[in-house]
Write a protein that binds this ligand. Structure first.
Ligand SMILES: Nc1ncnc2c1ncn2[C@@H]1O[C@H](COP(=O)(O)OP(=O)(O)OP(=O)(O)O)[C@@H](O)[C@H]1O
Length: 214
């Protein structure tokens, strides 16, 4: 059964971010509550992916802080990323393992045991029926992306951080993903995403636009 989340907050305060000695933005602040989606907008190179990495605790800002439930990421009892699942540009799948093995390995690393049936059901929803047993290296780009999505969708984490989640997906799978995202919001989860593709998601949302850093 899908978990419910409530009364969680993600807050960014006075963030300054530099990459390669270039300031991407300064004074960035926002607050996201349970059940809300935040879309990061901005031109290529404006710093969207860099900000997602900061939200995941993978890189540090020059100034400012990211708070989960009012506490800095570095002060989180279970580590800086135990509350989130990250869909990055790269799929982070093991190419020699099949889709089912990738899903179950990823879940196990997050401390969650997923059975074969649950993994196959998600793969079926994402239109990967018949490809469960094939090493990921033999899948198409869009199919590989779907395996990465399956890992996130089964993560049972309150915060989903998604970099271009609709890229490389066909229209049918985009509709499945849209429904899963709306369900995550209804259950009190949160989503932070970047996208250059307009896919309307129902639910409370805000947009933060990063400046043109060129
Ligand atoms: N490791 C790095 N060293 C130096 N500069 C970097 C590094 N990583 C990113 N940058 C620079 O930071 C800027 C922001 O990159 P980022 O990938 O965050 O942009 P983005 O808004 O996600 O872009 P896009 O829409 O093209 O995906 C770019 O100008 C990029 O060249």
């Amino acid at each position: 059964m899908s978990p419910s989340f409530a009364d969680q907050t993600l807050e960014v305060r006075d963030l300054v971010l530099e990459r390669g000695e270039r300031e991407l933005f300064h004074g960035l602040a926002f607050k996201l509550d349970s059940g809300e989606l935040l879309q990061l907008a901005g031109r290529n190179g404006s710093g969207k992916t860099s900000l997602l990495r900061v939200l995941c605790g993978l890189s540090r800002p020059l100034q400012g802080e990211v708070l989960w439930n009012g506490q800095s990421l570095s002060a989180q009892e279970d580590g800086p990323a135990a509350h989130l699942a990250y869909l990055a540009h790269l799929n982070a799948s093991k190419e020699e393992l099949n889709a089912e093995e990738n899903i179950r390995l990823s879940s196990a690393l997050q401390g969650r045991n997923i059975g074969r049936e649950e993994a196959w059901e998600m793969l079926g929803q994402l239109d990967l029926r018949g490809f469960e047993d094939l090493p990921v290296k033999f899948l198409s780009q869009g199919q590989k992306r779907r395996v990465a999505l399956a890992k996130l969708l089964l993560s049972a984490r309150p915060l989903w951080i998604m970099d271009e989640p609709f890229a490389a997906l066909d229209v049918q799978v985009i509709q499945v993903l849209k429904a899963c995202m709306e369900d995550q919001l209804k259950r009190g989860g949160m989503i932070v995403l970047t996208t250059h593709q307009a896919v309307p998601i129902e639910g409370p949302q805000q947009t933060v636009t990063l400046g043109d850093a060129r």
